[in-house]
Design a binder for this molecule. Structure first.
Ligand code: ATP
Ligand code: MG
Length: 669
């Protein structure tokens, strides 16, 4: 293998530094070509016992062409590997859609007439084929020493018990269930139980305030709320039930929405049962009712286009949107992207650090891995507790081979220093992944060199809550990487770069990133608000799904995400990408991370080439406003920069409001 695909990573630290700065300069300037010499070839040496699914860019290109030229046979042959109780109608187009508002309402339909069940495919299918004893979930508690192993058989039984209990309450196909839980195996199990009986789950990240939870519940009017007494996250105890109780009251008082029951999972590692405030008639302990249920529960066969779940976006650019995904397309897309992006094989142990409260946790923790019969780690705690080496301790403990996290986590671990990483062997790792924000080259190299010991390809996956699964990213081992580039589109995904007038731009260029035709995982609507769905994603440029992100394509066809189109800074007609200026700032050793925003001001900007991008003001701050999923909220910084403090907008997803006060004070100085 080594011989077939050259493996070039031996660079001195100095060379890396040079490399990084030249790369950053060239990306910030946008005019220097990204030559072959900037590509990192990690070859296939990292594949322990098997060939990667996709061996080369050439093979990828052939399959990609097939996927866009003949979706019928491409997606048909992939979907046929899953169980369909009734196959989709082979006589009809596998996908029908309208992306053009001028021609009527927007809609997308995949696998017409098919009937299936995601839970059956994720659990029963593996048990029925004799893999019931394989570990499905390796649970690692917040505190070292607390763990649990659940096989596929165990998961199936647990899920059936939950499903039976939900049914006993009268929850049926089409009803909604709200889940507000910490990262314990019962969280994905509850999601799967909903999928099993056809109920629509709405997971709210266990960290949102009572107001946010109440807002989300009054949106979807759930039959019940599934929650937990409390969770230990790092050294802190978070009393989820207190927040949930307050949310239930708010929901009833303010919105007139009464949620019938609060099913409370007892997390004995966090607080005691006796210390939990209780409302008889509404609250029920999970442990009192679930274990008593039968371990068999029939499956509700669902139409391809029946809803599977709703989930809110992160709220980086405005009020979070309640995105709706459906059964057939989401299932096929989650399974397929998981397999190819991470080059998943049967002997892998996969760990995605995202919470199930985000789309990443849905697709690459609950659904994608289980649909592939994978073993995955579920971690309750935080990467920095008891110290910054926790992730690598877990990697060694479970022999994690694929590790998937967010740039914000990588930067925070980088800040703590290499020794926390080097203390552990990390020998089992073979693929590293990142998602959520653009990853700046300095963090990329640290991830690659220090965490991956220069052995593991990094899959920088670009996608959105609305896309259901990964859209643009490397396939591990298949082609050269360039730090900071998400590289090439997934099968069936047709990205285009549009100019302001909505015309497609060819060749090496930049523009508004839009997608030309539907892929199976695309969201079908926003819950209860199809009009907002059409306006948000389909009204700016007719005939395209508008991502809201800007991107650049280089001469190798690689795509670089340049930031949100709302955030693009316009200086004397030059469009400046926030992510590229941030990458340049972050390359400085004194800077852990940065956020760049524009604000209106008088003329007098330096005009020489390169100089036009000089920042007006640099504020050193100890923290940046971030969403609870760790993304920088530039829209808030823009308002602070422009002194529009009463226009901060929806801050429900802001993780730490004290950061804002600190920034305002700082600016006042
Ligand atoms: P909202 O839509 O409510 O403003 P959000 O867009 O942050 O919030 P998500 O769906 O969680 O909500 O995030 C998707 C966005 O995250 C993408 O549109 C993109 O801007 C950013 N993103 C995700 N992955 C990457 C990546 N690998 N590189 C660059 N940007 C990324
Ligand atoms: Mg978004």
């Amino acid at each position: 293998l080594r011989h077939l695909v050259p493996y070039t990573t031996s660079r001195s630290t100095e060379a890396v530094q040079d490399d990084v700065s030249s790369r950053v300069c060239s990306s910030a300037g946008g005019d220097k070509p990204h030559g072959k010499n900037e590509a990192v070839d990690v070859g296939t040496a990292f594949h322990r016992n098997h060939w990667p699914h996709i061996l080369s860019r050439k093979q990828y290109e052939a399959m990609y062409r097939w996927s866009v030229e003949d979706p019928q046979s491409f997606w048909g042959s992939i979907a046929a590997q899953l169980h369909w109780e009734r196959p989709w109608d082979k006589g009809q187009p596998i996908c029908s859609y309208n992306f053009n508002l001028d021609k009527g309402p927007i809609y997308v339909k995949w696998f017409p007439g098919g009937r299936t069940n995601v839970c059956f495919n994720a659990l029963d299918r593996h048990v029925l084929s004799g893999n019931g004893n394989k570990a499905a979930i390796l649970f690692e508690g917040n505190d070292v020493g607390i763990d649990r192993r659940l096989t596929y058989q165990n998961m199936l039984e647990l899920v059936c018990q939950i499903a039976n209990y939900l049914r006993s309450l009268g929850v049926k196909k089409g009803d909604t269930v709200c889940i507000y839980m910490p990262m314990v195996p019962e969280l994905p199990a509850t999601m799967l139980a909903c999928a099993r009986i056809g109920a629509i789950h709405s997971v709210v990240f266990g960290g949102f305030s009572a107001e946010s939870l109440a807002g989300r519940m009054s949106d979807c009017r759930p039959k019940l709320l599934v929650t937990c007494n409390a969770v230990r996250r790092g050294a802190k105890v978070l009393n989820l039930k207190e927040i949930a109780d307050k949310a239930l009251e708010l929901c009833e008082k303010k919105e007139g929405v009464r949620v019938g029951q609060s099913l409370v999972f007892e997390n004995a590692n966090a607080t005691k049962r006796s210390d939990t405030a209780w409302k008889n008639g509404r609250d029920v302990w999970w442990q009192d009712v679930i274990p008593r249920q039968s371990k068999n529960a029939p499956v509700e066969w669902m139409d391809s286009e029946d809803p599977l779940f709703m989930l809110y976006t992160s709220g980086s650019t405005g009020k979070p949107k309640g995105v709706m995904h459906t059964v057939g397309g989401y299932m096929v897309y989650a399974a397929t992207t998981f397999k190819f992006t991470f080059d998943y094989h049967d002997d892998d142990v996969f760990w995605c650090t995202a919470d199930c409260g985000w789309i990443t946790g849905h697709t690459y923790l609950a659904y994608g891995p289980l649909l592939n019969g994978a073993t995955c780690v579920v971690f309750e705690g935080v990467p920095t507790y008891p110290d910054a080496g926790r992730c690598w301790q877990i990697v060694d403990k479970y022999k994690v081979s694929i590790f998937y996290t967010a740039p914000t986590a990588i930067r925070s671990m980088e800040k703590e220093g290499d020794r926390f990483v080097k203390k552990y062997s990390r020998k089992s790792l073979r693929v590293l992944g990142t998602v959520g924000e653009p990853i700046n080259p300095k963090a990329w190299w640290w991830y690659f060199d220090v965490v991956g010991d220069g052995r593991c390809p990094i899959v920088d996956t670009w996608w959105q809550t609305e896309t259901g699964g990964n859209m643009i990213s490397p396939m591990a081992g298949a082609w050269d990487l360039k730090p900071g580039s998400a590289t090439l589109p997934f099968f069936g995904v047709q990205p285009v770069l549009l100019d302001e007038k909505g015309r497609e731009k060819e060749g090496a260029t930049d523009g508004n990133l839009c997608i030309k035709a539907p892929w199976p995982g695309i969201a079908r609507t926003l819950f209860g608000d199809h009009e907002r769905f059409q306006q948000t994603y389909f009204s700016t440029y007719k005939g395209y799904y508008v991502t809201g992100d800007g991107a650049r394509r280089d001469e190798d066809g690689y795509i670089w995400l340049t930031g949100r189109t709302d955030d693009v800074i316009n200086v004397s007609g030059h469009r400046i990408s926030t992510s590229e200026v941030e990458a340049a700032l972050n390359a400085h050793p004194a800077c852990a991370e940065s956020a760049v925003v524009g604000f209106d001001h008088e003329k007098g900007v330096r005009s020489e080439i390169g100089g036009f991008a000089a920042p007006d003001v640099i504020h050193w701050a100890t923290g940046l406003p971030k969403t609870r999923s760790g993304k920088i909220m530039r829209r808030i910084l823009r308002k602070i920069a422009a002194n529009k403090l009463d226009e901060l907008g929806d801050v429900s997803s802001l993780a730490d409001p004290s950061v804002i006060d600190a920034l305002i004070k700082l600016k006042g100085k």
